[in-house]
Design a protein around this ligand. Structure first.
Ligand code: CMC
Length: 431
């Protein structure tokens, strides 16, 4: 008997099946042959929350959650955060290799020269209420770009895909910054092509009346590192949404809008916003033990803690903690830091968190940094979305080019538990 197979005995029928094992997985469709009768549709795997389902093969990001390892295209996140720039990392994630000098210059040129928004796009942003959440503005505006670049529908045309990629990576910061300026009633600041990706983003956020905005190198670097850390994270929910919507062959703007909508949720990218709200609610270090007790009795969660994949310290959280101190040295210590440190100290010693392997995740400290940089809480998930755009695009393209996936729409099965067939009851006869 071949060793790379799985033997299944169906005790309902006594039948025996042998299904191939490919690289640690069985094909779920191989279960379909297991049936009790001709009418039976065959066995399916039931997996709410996709706890143990791999919908694709991917070469982009590797995570070992038990060991706390994260690599993009094989390169450890620690090395990229220390040595690479965000745009260099974005190129790596998309193309699979680190760029040469010429490739990086070309890539940066394309991104830089697509950062301006069509003037009509500004009108959408103008139309939002002054207190609209910037993530809502981002989601709708990036979706609206689909109406400006109709050739984006040609998803199997490599040249068109490249063009939409440049536009998306370039315009996300512009939309985000315009949404921020709109919410504070400031005129929009246009992109400055002389600046780096993150330097320009700071320019669009914070430029006042000066002729030339000069980003502080510490803040520019801190934001660059944060963007690198958020650039991809394999099959998280927003990336799965990108792949799911993309599998219907929707254009990339609509797919990115859907992915960003998933990121908005407080259990995903919205968690950094919730961390800040939680720290504000706790208010002082001495109230931390009581808050932890509340969490342990099931009253809320410790936001910024726990992860579906990491059952160890999130490697991104370790790097972020270092960046936080660089920013605090410049901007002054964020008063909420002491509450965060105390939460972390107590939680890491507490049985409840130890048993469940709950450690700080990427969002635990990122919000403190963003706040110290002068960004309002509402903007935190928007920053995450800018950085993650390249990850979404890389997965979308990988899916489209994968012969196994490109013509397969994502279509999960269900276990139907509803009513049996019954006849329509006229409204007069209903109780
Ligand atoms: N605080 C308190 N208890 C928790 C937490 C938390 N943050 N996270 C999980 N638990 C408990 C949960 O109550 C459950 O306990 P029990 O076994 O007694 O029912 C156990 O740990 C397992 O939780 P789970 O919900 O089954 O775990 P999951 O893998 O489905 O959830 C998570 C992962 C990230 C949604 C969850 O840990 C959470 O809600 N964390 C807070 C939100 C957060 O920080 N999200 C950002 C994630 S990192 C950024 C990103 O990649 O999106």
């Amino acid at each position: 008997m071949a060793s790379d197979t799985l033997t299944i005995i169906d005790n309902r029928t006594g039948r025996k099946y042998e299904v191939p094992v490919h690289g640690g997985a069985i094909y779920a469709v191989d279960l379909r042959q297991i049936r009790v009768s001709e009418e039976d549709g065959g066995l399916v795997s039931f997996d709410p929350g996709y706890m143990n389902t791999a919908p694709c093969q991917s070469k982009i990001t590797f995570i070992d959650g038990d060991l706390g390892i994260l690599r993009y295209r094989g390169y450890p996140i620690e090395q990229l955060a220390e040595k690479a720039s965000y745009l260099e990392t974005a190129y790596l994630i998309l193309r699979g290799e680190l760029p040469t000098k010429t490739q990086l210059a070309d890539w940066s040129h394309h991104i830089t020269h697509h950062s301006i928004l069509h003037e009509n796009v500004k009108k959408f942003i103008d139309g939002f209420h002054h207190d609209a959440h910037p993530m809502g503005m981002l989601v709708s505006t990036v979706g609206a770009l689909s109406t400006f670049y109709t050739e984006a529908k040609s998803i199997f045309d490599a040249e068109s895909r490249d063009k939409q990629t440049y536009r998306l990576v370039a315009k996300m910061p512009t939309i985000a910054a315009f949404a921020y300026r709109h919410s504070i009633g400031m005129p929009y600041a246009y992109p400055d092509n002389d600046l780096s990706y993150t330097g320009n983003f700071l320019n669009m956020l914070f430029k006042m009346t000066e002729l030339k905005y000069r980003p502080h190198p510490v803040l520019e670097k801190a934001l660059d590192v944060l963007f690198i850390l958020h650039a991809d994270h394999e099959q998280n929910i927003s990336t799965s949404v990108m792949r799911g919507v993309g599998s219907a062959h929707s254009d990339p703007y609509c797919s990115v809008a859907a992915a960003a909508a998933a990121l908005y949720g407080p259990l995903h990218g919205g968690a950094n916003e919730q961390v800040l709200r939680m720290l504000n609610e706790i208010g002082s270090k001495d109230k931390v033990p009581a808050f932890i007790e509340k969490v342990k009795t099931g009253e809320g969660r410790l936001m910024g803690f726990g992860h579906r994949v990491y059952k160890n310290y999130d490697p991104r959280a370790k790097i972020i903690k270092k960046v936080a101190y660089d920013v605090f040295d410049l901007k002054g210590r964020n008063p909420l830091l002491d509450i965060a440190l105390e939460l972390e100290r107590i939680a890491l010693e507490d049985d409840y968190f130890i048993k469940r392997k709950l450690y700080p995740n990427v969002d635990f400290y990122s919000g403190l940094i963003y706040q110290s940089m002068g960004l309002p809480i509402d903007m935190f998930s928007v920053l995450f979305a800018i950085a993650r755009t390249i990850g979404w695009i890389a997965h979308w393209e990988e899916m489209l080019l994968d012969p196994e996936q490109k013509m397969k729409i994502a279509r999960p099965r269900q276990i139907y538990k509803g009513a049996e067939k019954r006849d329509y009851v006229p409204i007069e006869a209903r109780k």
